[in-house]
Design a protein around this ligand. Structure first.
Ligand code: FAD
Ligand code: SF4
Length: 516
């Protein structure tokens, strides 16, 4: 072969221009790598799903008549490093050219570029043809300001792609229907059973054990639930349109433990398409177009607020966090605006805590490699922010545990949106809350050891005093933030005794944090 074309594990885009023509001079290369399996401690389902989806993709390319070299993790020739393997392959095949699709992760982009520089190799770069916006989207969309508002960004992308638009205006006369959304789940609301697959990945599971790849979390390797090929990914997308979309926005922020439908409490009306999207098995426009089409054929049962909410996540938030990532890496990874340094509490690894909200959110993450946005943001993220966990430790956890976690999307969400470590670049105020929010949006508190209505004393909900501890210890940082002003007024009005009691309660909880 004259040319090697590298396909990374999250570049499973079957519709890429590369695959439109065939050539015996082109060798496609895919590799299972130790460096990818252990750059952080991953959930076992995540490693299995990536490797299985990669193997399926490679088989599909081969059946379509392309030449492909697939290097398995346990192949004796595998040096477990992307660039060492590439160098060996160049020598072995005598290929003169190497072509790559631009990695989405800074880590891999940097690795390939420095390797090419050091070895005098001229890589020809291609776009992944996946995102709607480029790496430089912030520069393009905000030429005159560094006040990057997601809403502004979203409107531009939506207009450009004419999604839910009519005559240059948003359908329904408004861009955003958030106010209609975000309701608590009523007890009698039917929740659809999640569509799960039963992919047998025992062979890969055995290989991981033999190769000593350390992972976390649980799996039944005979029944991996995640989509691992394009057909399954498309099935999940159709299933979402039919069963999730009608209530997507309305119950987007709700949390429950109740098995209204057996096995549905963890997925609710969420699409669970993030893995299929982030591996590029599905294109965001493809997902959005089928949802919009389904909505337009079912307007009597699906309100505009539902489809708008979904579209905003996929073409707004998802593209926006990527733009933030590429604008601010690599410095972004070191942001720690609030100087938080605490170690991650032990129950993040085993769900063993009396706090029901934390227990359920972590338990399901260990069981399914999945938690929905509000569990990530307002339960585990909120608790870490209130208690001052180090963003480094937290990033590793989020990057490892979730099926959809790839740094370009995990990092801005964790460090930025959830931990305010970027000093408000993404979130205009910190996402913190006491038990009030949990009570309002979910059903966890009713089954908890702690009392959501108590701030101090025996069984007082830790979130309550920790909330005020945060407010107090970051006074300098937030007192003049206009979105936080009200909370400081409330705090300042409290008597010294009340303030002291709250601080003492929180200090006690912080000292015994692993026992909560
Ligand atoms: P749905 O609720 O069905 O939403 C539809 C789609 O919208 C998602 O599949 C996703 O592609 C997109 N989306 C929604 N919210 C966001 C967002 N904030 N940023 C980017 N895309 C979004 N998402 C990841 O894909 N990978 C991560 O590693 C990741 N880490 C996160 C860490 C924290 C602390 C937080 C608060 C959020 C994180 N998110 C991450 C965003 C979001 O929680 C997940 O995309 C979502 O829960 C995936 O489930 P779903 O497919 O059922 O989403
Ligand atoms: Fe969580 Fe507190 Fe509610 Fe318990 S009482 S579920 S700890 S918010």
């Amino acid at each position: 072969a004259k040319t090697i074309r590298l396909i990374l594990g999250d570049q499973l885009n079957a519709r890429h221009r590369w695959f439109k023509t065939k050539s015996s001079e082109t060798l496609y290369v895919m590799m299972e790598l130790g460096q990818e399996a252990d750059y952080v401690l991953h959930h076992r389902q995540k490693v299995l799903a990536f490797f299985k989806a990669m193997r399926n993709f490679s088989n599909a390319l081969e059946s379509a008549g392309h030449r492909i070299f697939y290097l398995r993790l346990d192949d004796a020739r595998n040096q477990q490093s992307l660039t060492k393997n590439l160098l060996w392959l160049l020598e072995e095949t005598g290929a003169k050219h190497i072509e790559c699709q631009q990695p989405d992760e800074y880590r891999l982009d940097h690795q390939l570029k420095s390797w090419a520089g050091a070895n005098n190799i001229d890589i020809k770069w291609f776009d992944t043809e996946h995102f709607l916006t480029g790496r430089n989207a912030l520069k393009d969309y905000f030429p005159d300001t560094d006040n990057y508002l997601m809403e502004t960004f979203y409107r531009k992308v939506r207009s450009e792609h004419e999604i839910l638009m009519e005559g240059g205006k948003p359908i329904g006369g408004r861009w955003n229907f958030d106010k209609e959304n975000q309701k608590k789940l009523p007890k009698n609301q039917h929740v659809p059973e999640p569509l799960v697959f039963a992919n047998d990945v025992s062979d890969i599971d055995n290989m991981l054990s033999k190769q000593n790849i350390k992972t976390m979390g649980n799996v039944n390797p005979k029944q991996l639930i995640w989509p691992v090929n394009r057909k399954q990914a498309q099935q999940l997308s159709s299933y979402f349109c039919e069963f999730g979309l009608p209530n997507f926005g309305r119950y987007q922020d709700t949390m429950t433990t109740d098995n209204i439908t057996p096995g549905a409490h963890w997925s609710l009306f969420h699409s669970r398409l993030s893995f299929a999207l982030n591996t590029k098995m599905l294109h965001p426009l493809e997902v959005v177009h089928s949802a919009v089409e389904h909505w337009s054929n079912n307007k009597d049962t699906i309100s505009l607020a539902q489809i708008e909410g979904f579209v905003r996540q996929v073409i707004g938030w998802r593209e926006f966090v990527r733009a933030i990532y590429w604008k601010f890496m690599p410095e972004y990874k070191n942001n720690n605006a609030l100087n938080h340094t605490r170690a991650l509490p032990s129950y993040y690894w085993n769900a063993e805590t009396k706090m029901a909200c934390m227990h359920h959110s972590i338990r399901q993450s260990l069981d399914y490699a999945y938690a929905h946005h509000i569990q990530r943001l307002m339960v585990t993220g909120n608790f870490a922010l209130l208690t001052g966990v180090s963003p480094d430790a937290l990033d590793d956890w989020y990057l490892g545990i979730y099926i959809d976690a790839i740094e370009w999307v995990e990092l801005p969400n964790t460090r930025g949106m959830s931990q305010y470590a970027d000093n408000g670049l993404i979130a205009t105020k910190p996402y913190i809350s006491s038990a009030n929010y949990m009570k309002k949006m979910g059903h966890y508190c009713s089954q908890c050891h702690y009392d959501p209505n108590k701030k101090t004393g025996d069984k007082a909900c830790p979130f309550n005093s920790l909330y005020w501890h945060f407010i107090n210890r970051h006074k300098e940082h937030f007192e003049n933030n206009h979105r936080m002003g009200m909370m400081y007024q409330v705090w300042n009005k409290k008597s010294d005794d009340e303030q002291n009691a709250l601080i003492q309660q929180a200090e006690h909880y912080l000292k015994t944090i692993n026992e909560l």
